[in-house]
Design a protein around this ligand. Structure first.
Ligand code: NAP
Length: 269
């Protein structure tokens, strides 16, 4: 988004969650419209009231929908289409986490993680693409995790979803790099929200793993959104370990950027 046009029309999934609420509050000053998406209509309505109390100018719509279902994603798109001017910033934030020994993790739990954290943001992004591509400038930001780089015991299935989301983000960013749609990835580390069970909180405390307040994560997001980077991991030493895992993806970004025109000649539409 250019400096002349600072008004986001935001669709935010998982808006009523810990990080979602903090993001909505932190982004409100730079938004003209917001579409708040989650499953709990009452929580979304309460957030809407809170936002309006501080930002009376904001046009805020709510969609109470299960993003794991096609019907829920379609309802979200319909809500977005009702926003005047259309959405120019989609933040895929809704997510689940499960801390479990993988060998005994129920298959249904693994499936729910895959569906909510990976399949739903992928399919929702695809649904939103025509609207985003119609904007002069638009973004998709996928909320990943430090565990989208660092495979961590007890989180094998969760890590797989976030590694997958990061891969999707990177591939789509490169595929759309000659378009007005920018695709980015923002990865919090442990954050104090109800996604983490008491066992996870206790483990983090025992390991002296720092957990951020959601407001701190949201502030980091605001800075990320305004900056040039396509990927961001919140916090230290997580960022260091992620860097060691990744080395330098920008080199590959550039190399594949040079191939893009050729790739597109062969790409089925
Ligand atoms: N907290 C952490 O330690 C941490 C660390 C790294 C990354 N993250 C990531 O940050 C994101 C937000 O997490 P959080 O910590 O804010 O967790 P949270 O407080 O539990 O919020 C998650 C939100 O996702 C929504 N959601 C889950 N499944 C959904 C579905 N099927 N359809 C629609 N909405 C659904 C929930 O909606 P309802 O209100 O309707 O239930 C909830 O508002 C997640 O992607 C998570 O993986 C969190």
């Amino acid at each position: 988004m250019s400096s002349a046009e600072k008004s986001y029309r935001l669709a935010l999934t998982g808006a009523a969650g810990g990080i979602g609420q903090a993001l909505a509050l932190a982004l409100a000053p730079s938004c003209s419209a917001m579409l708040l998406v989650g499953r709990d209509a009452a929580k979304l309505a309460a957030l809407r009231q809170k936002l309006l109390a501080q930002h009376a100018h904001l046009a805020i719509e709510i969609v109470a929908a299960d993003l794991a279902s096609e019907a829920g994603r379609e309802a979200t798109l319909k809500g977005a289409q009702a926003v005047s001017g259309g959405i120019n910033l989609l933040i895929n934030n809704a997510g689940l986490s499960e801390f479990h020994a993988f060998g005994t993790q129920p298959a249904a739990q693994v499936e729910a993680l895959m569906t909510t954290n990976l399949l739903s943001p992928i399919l929702l992004s695809q649904k939103f693409l025509p609207m985003l591509q119609a904007q002069s400038s638009a973004q998709i930001v996928n909320i990943g995790s430090a565990f989208g780089d660092i495979g961590y015991p007890g989180f094998a299935a969760y890590c797989a979803t976030k590694f997958g989301l990061r891969g999707f983000t990177q591939a789509l960013r490169r595929e759309l790099s000659d378009s007005a749609v920018r695709v980015r990835y923002f990865a919090p580390r442990a954050t104090k929200t109800s996604i983490n069970t008491s066992a996870v909180d206790a483990m983090n405390e025992a390991l002296k793993t720092q957990a951020d307040d959601p407001a701190v994560v949201a502030q980091a997001f605001v800075e990320f959104l305004a900056g040039p980077k396509n990927e961001c991991v919140v916090g230290w030493p997580e960022r260091f370990y992620v860097f060691m895992n990744r080395l330098r993806h920008q080199v590959t970004d550039q190399a594949i950027g040079k191939q893009l025109a050729t790739i597109k000649r062969f790409l089925p539409n």
